[in-house]
Design a binder for this molecule. Structure first.
Ligand code: S3P
Length: 429
């Protein structure tokens, strides 16, 4: 149950970035020598990646735990193509990043692996990775393009030039990771740029990756060296507090040690367009290529804004909480966001349903939505639909309502941010 708040105030160090945590763990697993990863995400999705890697013979030890930052891990790398045949089906839980990126690595291991996940993951589309990875020589069986996936990898994948129709960092990464094991040069040309954590992480582990505009290239046959790396705070988790500060008059939130990778910071521009005062401190280059720094967000009167299709990949994970922001004032129109329908839930219909139950004026479209801030929310009973970002977005909308909101399935927040509700209590005034 989330009660309204008059404002939010305080400092937060968000949990280790989910996208970067997955990549560091997977690359550490196929590196030569051991790696130490600090500030690894405490979320269930990143635990799913560790579980799958352990199932593939990778030794991973927790060597520390910082309540504000996350886990410190030691990963014993097995070298390129060094993963071993799993004894059982691997469970990726709720994590699309785990199943899609790991499929790219397993496409280059000459044995059979079955990967599955929870009800939500088993509804998600996988043809987007099956098609290019089969072109590279792997064989897949699936439940009509959905998990469980059985992958028969090949020791010698062929390199390809791949031009996906949808911009997706997970798809790009799957192909690049298979390309790391292929003969020759593999390239991915995306319709719009997506987050570049895989490219940066590969470079951090000593691999040369070409990147120019929307084109990424990798030469097969390179090896990775174990590293000591720190994961910056997750800007997509921080977005909930940034939005809370932008929404409630008199608020100010300081976010520390947060990732400021330019492929993830579009949320800052969108918040400024909404009217919020946003300062992003000079970014110190974090460990080997992921910049991080401090963000301060202060309330100002909200405006009505539009997010255009070419901006969508840059804020794909923040759209639910941006819709929540628009219920506090201003307004928001989003188009070209049909990908939201195949996330952890159908995020267009589930978001519209939940916000409407709280009293919002929201119109659902095939590829987006429109929120008009015509009235104050009254609060109500909403369903998170097994979707962490919806559970948290509803909580941020609830702060501005006149009455309390009950979020059913709110425990889903633990997929990316187990500490979310306790942090919310510490920031509310
Ligand atoms: C992610 C990419 C995005 C994003 C997801 C994490 C990643 O998914 O929504 O939360 O870590 O590469 P798509 O690649 O499906 O767009």
């Amino acid at each position: 149950m989330v009660a309204p708040a008059s404002r939010v105030q305080g400092r937060v160090r968000p949990p280790g970035d989910k996208s970067i945590s997955h990549r560091y763990a997977m690359l550490a697993a196929i590196a030569d020598g051991s790696s130490v990863l600090r500030g690894y995400s405490t979320g269930a999705d990143c635990a799913s990646t560790l579980r799958c890697l352990r199932g593939l013979g990778v030794e991973i030890h927790e060597i520390g735990r910082d309540p504000a930052r996350g886990l410190d891990l030691r990963v014993a790398g097995r070298g390129v193509r060094g993963l071993s045949v799993p004894a059982a089906t691997l469970d990726a839980g709720n994590s699309g990043s785990t199943i899609r990126m790991l499929s790219g690595i397993l496409a280059a291991h000459p044995f059979q692996t079955t990967l599955t996940g929870d009800d939500s993951l088993r509804r998600r589309p996988m043809r987007r990775i099956i098609e290019p990875l089969e072109r590279m020589g792997a064989r897949f069986t699936s439940a009509d393009g959905r998990p469980p996936l059985t992958i028969e990898g090949t020791a010698r994948p062929s390199s390809i030039a791949f031009a996906p129709e949808i911009p997706s960092a997970q798809v790009k990464s799957a192909v690049i990771l298979a390309g790391l094991h292929a003969e020759g040069t593999t390239s991915v040309r995306e319709p719009l740029p997506t987050r570049d954590h895989t490219e940066r992480a590969l470079q951090a582990f000593g691999v040369t990756v070409g990147s120019a505009g929307n084109l990424v290239t990798i030469e097969g046959g390179q090896r990775l060296s174990g590293r000591e790396l720190t994961v910056p705070g997750d800007i997509s988790s921080a977005a909930f507090w940034m939005v809370a500060a932008a929404a409630l008059p008199g608020s100010e939130i300081v976010i520390e040690e947060v990732g400021l990778n330019p492929s993830r910071t579009s949320i800052l521009d969108v918040l400024r367009r909404f009217g919020a005062r946003v300062d992003a401190g000079a970014s110190t280059e974090g460990d080997l290529g992921e910049p991080m720094g401090t963000i301060v967000v202060r309330y100002e009167v909200l405006r009505d804004i539009t997010i255009a299709p070419d901006e969508v990949p840059g804020v794909i994970d923040e759209l639910p909480v941006l819709a929540a922001l628009a219920t506090h004032g201003g307004g928001l129109t989003v188009t070209g966001a049909q990908e939201l329908r195949v996330k952890e839930s159908d995020r267009i219909s589930a978001l519209a349903d939940g916000l409407r139950r709280m009293g919002a004026d929201i119109e659902e479209q095939a590829d987006g939505f429109r929120v008009r801030a015509t009235r104050r929310l009254h609060g109500g009973d909403v369903e998170a639909h097994e979707d962490h970002r919806l559970a948290m977005a509803f909580a941020i909308a609830a702060l501005g309502a006149s009455g309390p909101t009950t979020i059913h399935g709110a425990a889903a927040a633990a997929v990316s941010y187990p500490e979310f509700f306790s942090v919310l209590e510490s920031l509310r005034v």
